[in-house]
Design a protein around this ligand. Structure first.
Ligand code: XIL
Length: 393
């Protein structure tokens, strides 16, 4: 891959289209963040980002999710992917191979080969790893789904699972943080009383609501130095679900024996238009009041789905949409940098390297949500996130 990306957008025709789009967005949700209007930009974007992560303040991770395991798209076998990770990111999340079925396929069997290889790669390339994820309702190994026992047996099973995994990675200090519990709250659709309920999972059913505190305590006991996150989606708007997460944090903090939690992970699988940027700002602002770290854990910006995640009609990523996506990356990251004080920034991670590998392409859907295209070339989105990191500086 070239060391410097060449500008793809230079024609006067294109410049006119961009002008039209930017002016039509002036009253919409792109670039209209409450207190910091985005700076004027050249209408012919030049993608010129040498090392994305070096644009963030020192100590703030800029991460990326990677695949490992299959030879076809494993970062460990791909020069193109490694070139991008090496240059642009300071942190890595395993997209799948640190989830329960991969690390803990049978009750007495742990499989660390792939995760260890990834952690070894990270260490060699001076990256940290954000562990994802210890407890989830989705992607459970069969043996967990079929486990039987009383609440005490379930709690022991869950805490043993957490202790084994977290302690395995504790010593070398590469895995610096964990999503301890992922997606424990129901969606707004299931919301009955203005408060969101806990999602109906095997953990809730068999242990009760206390499973959350028990999970965090077990993770902390296994690695007292790791930063422990609660991670969820659809909380980037002031909603019953966000309030439920904040209530949980509040309970943890006010427990006579406080439950160790250090951060809230905002997944942020968002689109060009939802959630509205003001909603995003407000949700960061509310979460900041907990005093915890706020981390954007899984950022991607879909350009070809509507609010209900139905496909739109794009058949290719047009230049005009690529620029809208650039502005949206910039607006979101600028809002994060503006609203979240430096000491509370857990970092920003994108959910994949190149569009060709991204999870929204499942079922042959056409999507281009990431910073690099199918040929591993930088997109305007890369410039957008870079500008978002530096707008306030
Ligand atoms: C997704 C992966 O990207 C896919 O490859 C996999 O098939 C399913 O899981 N929220 C999460 C992530 O916390 O773990 C999910 O990752 C995306 C939504």
């Amino acid at each position: 891959m070239n060391q410097s990306s060449s500008p793809r957008f230079t024609t006067p025709f294109f410049a006119t289209i961009v002008l039209l789009i930017l002016s039509s967005c002036a009253g919409g949700d792109i670039g209209t963040s409450k207190s910091i209007p985005l700076p004027e930009r050249a209408t012919t974007p030049v993608v010129d980002v040498q090392n994305l992560h070096l644009l963030a303040p020192k100590g703030m991770p800029v991460g990326v999710a990677v695949k490992v395991g299959r030879p076809t798209n494993s970062v460990l076998n791909s020069v193109e992917r490694q070139t991008i990770v090496d240059r642009h990111f300071s942190q890595i999340t395993a997209e799948n191979i640190m989830k329960p079925p991969y690390l803990h396929p049978a009750k007495s069997t742990f499989f660390f080969d792939h995760a260890d290889a990834l952690v070894g790669y990270a260490a060699k390339h001076d990256k940290t790893v954000h562990g994802h994820t210890l407890i989830w309702h989705n992607r459970l190994p069969n043996w967990m789904n079929n486990f039987s026992g009383d609440a005490e047996a379930w709690t022991t099973m869950m805490t043993d699972h957490i202790s084994e995994i977290v302690s395995h990675f504790a010593a070398d200090d590469i895995v610096v943080s964990w999503d301890v519990v992922n997606e424990a709250f129901a969606n707004s659709d299931d919301d009955r009383d203005g408060r969101n309920d806990l999602r109906d999972t095997i953990w809730l059913e068999n242990i009760g609501a206390d499973y959350l505190a028990a999970a965090f305590r077990a993770a902390s006991a296994a690695d007292p130095n790791a930063e422990l996150y609660y991670n969820d989606y659809d909380i980037s708007g002031v909603s019953a679900k966000l309030r439920a997460v904040l209530d949980l944090v509040n309970q943890f903090q006010n427990d006579p024996n406080p439950v160790p939690i250090h951060g809230i992970g905002f997944q942020m699988h968002v689109s060009l238009t939802w959630p509205d940027i003001d909603q995003i700002r407000d949700s960061f602002a509310l979460a900041v009041t907990t005093g915890l770290k706020i981390k954007i854990t899984e950022l991607d910006i879909a350009v070809n789905t509507d609010r209900s995640r139905n496909p739109l009609s794009l058949t290719e990523l047009t230049d005009a949409v690529a620029v809208q996506q650039q502005r949206r990356y910039e607006a979101i990251v600028a809002a994060y940098m503006d609203v979240v004080p430096e000491a509370q920034r857990g970092g920003v991670s994108v959910w994949g390297i190149a569009d060709s590998d991204n999870w929204l392409r499942r079922n042959n859907a056409l999507e281009w949500p990431l910073l690099f295209d199918d040929n591993f070339e930088s997109k305007p989105a890369l410039q957008g996130i870079a500008d978002g990191l530096t707008d306030g500086q």
